[in-house]
Design a protein around this ligand. Structure first.
Ligand SMILES: [Zn+2]
Length: 275
């Protein structure tokens, strides 16, 4: 299979999008002089090592998960070790368990599988690829362990699902199928967005986990405004309960022109907050 079964697209200098199965996330291979870094592993619907070999023949690789959702770390078992935030360990373990129930058509034959080892990342860690560096920024919101990676040389931030355009929800159910809500409050999400926005002079675009194109950083401000309107009670969300996808759990969806936030009344404010 060509490129391990993935479609590859150059999005910038030494930034390649790997795109596979429709439901899985966008993965990005970032090539430096000495190493290539893979952002997320999708659902493991292709041969990721073969794809990396086509993108950067002969270069060693490091693999990082932006968070532990099944559509971002499903290909982890193709590697021996993965960098991710400890706040994502439980999600990643659940995703690994959940893989056992996936439909057979997205299983790939003939790829070695490993009991992959978790390597922790934290705020300020740097991946030096040679001429390209990625800085880890902790951005809890969509999940507790979400991280973003700042590529200062290319002025791009890889945000995972921190910021996504309308078809996917920022701050969402951790597992839509099982109606488990994110444990992260809108307050925390807003703090993460503000943290990223405070560094907006270091990047121009966001490459998200579900948008195969460069998102303008103005999305940040739009989502920040939406979070503020949820927190101050002025938001006018709607109840997507009529969609059977969301079952009978009462959650709210706030949509703007370009994006959406899905949330639950009980996790708007930080736990322990008195107001
Ligand atoms: Zn996600």
């Amino acid at each position: 299979m060509k490129n391990g079964g993935y479609k590859l697209k150059e999005l910038g200098k030494d930034i390649t999008l790997l795109y596979g199965f429709a439901e899985e996330c966008c993965m990005y291979a970032l090539k430096g002089r000495d190493k290539v870094l893979l952002v997320d592993t999708g659902m493991g619907t292709g041969d990721l090592k073969k794809a990396l070999g086509a993108i950067a023949p002969g270069l060693p690789y490091v693999v990082v998960n932006t968070h532990g959702h099944a559509d971002h770390c499903g290909g982890n078992s193709q590697f021996r070790q993965i960098y991710l935030h400890p706040g994502s360990y439980a999600d990643a373990d659940r995703a690994e368990e959940g893989k056992k129930t996936l439909p057979a058509e997205i299983e790939v034959e003939g790829i070695s599988k490993y009991e992959w080892k978790k390597l922790p990342v934290k705020e300020g860690d740097i991946f030096d690829l040679g001429g390209k560096t990625l800085e880890v920024i902790e951005t809890p919101g969509h999940t507790p362990g979400c991280i973003s990676l700042l590529d200062r040389e290319d002025r791009i931030i890889f945000g995972g699902d921190l910021v996504v355009s309308k078809d996917h929800c920022t701050h969402m159910l951790a597992y839509v199928e099982w109606f488990r809500f994110s444990t992260v409050s809108i307050e925390t999400l807003l703090r993460s967005l503000e943290k990223i926005a405070a560094r907006a002079d270091e990047f121009d675009f966001i490459l998200g986990g579900h948008d195969a194109f460069l998102l303008d950083k103005r999305y940040l401000y739009q989502i920040m405004d939406m979070c503020r309107s949820i927190l101050d009670g002025s938001a006018e969300p709607f109840h997507p309960q009529l969609d059977p996808h969301y079952g009978s759990i009462i959650c709210w969806k706030l949509e703007s022109a370009d994006t959406a936030i899905l949330y639950h009344d009980e996790i708007i404010f930080d736990r322990g907050a008195t107001e």
